[in-house]
Design a binder for this molecule. Structure first.
Ligand code: PEP
Length: 248
């Protein structure tokens, strides 16, 4: 039985003061959640997460990782730096990085591999654009994205990843995939994972992301292959994030 995971993606939002309010709001009401809970925050706030969340059930993580270990890579953040601050997770291949930073399937795959090597759990994002969906290319696009990752990972490491299906047209737009639309892609992803390792495919959580909110979370999370959520906008309000955690 896969334990559900609800992970917040703060993107480039926050301040020390605002984060303190948000994290205290989450901690104050969370209790002992039935699902795993995490927040993926801008790197400057990892130390704040470590200070605020160390004694709580909430894990924290980064939003990107360098493929390099150290050296002359200005602006990059290594896996070891993330783990130095107690990070458990790191998002790789978010569509905003693929779009604005030109990250290819191969680079994302390398990032997933490097994250695992550093002892992090990569949350590997995949998803199609509206144009790709409307032209019937969802399976081809998402399949190629996951296959690139499967091609580089050691089979013994595979069960340590998390996959997030995030249709690009649903991110930050208020448009959500219907539960059945999401389930269809999640099932396809699970089949691809099983082609590599049937055992790992049963263990890997596949999250849905794209305008998941308190009012649609329950229906999405009820689908058999939706094992949690990667939450953008709604992770910035403690009450909304907690409502999604409770739905899981
Ligand atoms: C995301 O950025 O990963 C995301 C799912 O954003 P939102 O929930 O705001 O659509």
């Amino acid at each position: 039985m896969r334990r559900k995971l609800i992970a917040g993606n703060w993107k480039m939002n926050g301040s020390l003061a605002a984060n303190a309010v948000l994290l205290n709001g989450i901690k104050g009401e969370l209790g002992q959640p039935a699902c795993a809970v995490a927040v993926c925050v801008p790197a400057p706030y990892l130390a704040q997460c470590r200070a605020e969340l160390a004694e709580s059930p909430v894990a924290w993580g980064g939003q990107d990782v360098s493929v390099h270990e150290s050296g002359a890579y200005t602006g990059e953040i290594s896996g070891a730096m993330l783990t130095d601050f107690g990070a458990r997770y790191v998002i790789v291949g978010h569509s905003e990085r693929r779009t604005y930073h030109g990250e290819s399937n191969d680079l994302v795959a390398q990032k997933a591999n490097v994250a695992l090597g550093a002892g992090l759990t990569p949350i590997v994002c995949v998803g199609e654009s509206l144009d790709e969906r409307e032209s019937g290319r969802t399976s081809a696009v998402v399949g190629a994205q996951i296959d690139a990752v499967l091609a580089v990972l050691d089979p013994s490491e595979l069960s340590k990843i998390v996959v997030a299906y995030e249709p690009v047209w649903a991110i930050g737009t208020g448009k959500t995939a219907t539960p059945q639309m999401a389930q269809d892609v999640h099932a396809m992803l699970r089949t691809r994972l099983a082609d590599k390792s049937a055992e790992a495919a049963e263990l890997i959580p596949i999250l849905y992301g794209g305008s998941m909110k308190p009012d649609n979370a329950r229906e999405l999370l009820a689908m058999p292959d939706i094992d949690g959520g990667l939450i953008g906008g709604a992770s910035l309000k403690a009450a909304d994030f907690l409502a999604i955690v409770r739905a899981a």
